[in-house]
Design a protein around this ligand. Structure first.
Ligand SMILES: [Zn+2]
Length: 135
């Protein structure tokens, strides 16, 4: 069955991130000058404006920074998921990702809860990083 939810638009800036996801690896840009690890990918470091960058692999672990439980269906593709959790997860390396918390009931989610990445392979080219409670 075709995937019904919105898919990311891949461009020159984010291609490395999404290719990493396809290989089930969370990759972030790290500034070669000040060491700031950033997301989303960008041409220059938001802290020091340096253009030199290296890509690092994240351990895929972090914590819930904030979240909301969606009961309303804002897109037909999510109808069967409601209620579901939309969260900002802060990775150990620093970046924050907008994502979903899966693998538990929405009322089990709390801020600061430790989470780990899990992968949802939604198309042959796209794998989405979702998070579940760490065990
Ligand atoms: Zn920098």
């Amino acid at each position: 069955m075709a995937y019904k939810k919105p898919l990311p638009r891949i461009n020159g800036d984010n291609r490395e991130f999404w290719e990493g996801c396809r290989n089930h690896e969370l990759k972030f840009q790290k500034c070669a000058s000040c060491g700031h690890v950033r997301f989303p990918p960008s041409l220059v470091c938001p802290r020091c404006l340096c253009r030199d960058v290296e890509w690092i692999a994240s351990a895929g672990a972090g914590k819930v920074y904030t979240y909301a439980v969606y009961h309303a269906v804002y897109h037909e593709g999510f109808r069967e998921d409601a209620p579901y959790v939309v969260a900002v997860v802060e990775l150990q390396e620093g970046p924050r990702l907008l994502t979903n918390i899966v693998g538990c009931s929405p009322d089990e989610v709390s801020c600061e809860m430790p989470v780990s990445v899990v992968w949802e392979d939604v198309t042959p080219d796209i794998s989405l990083p979702l998070f579940r409670p760490s065990v």
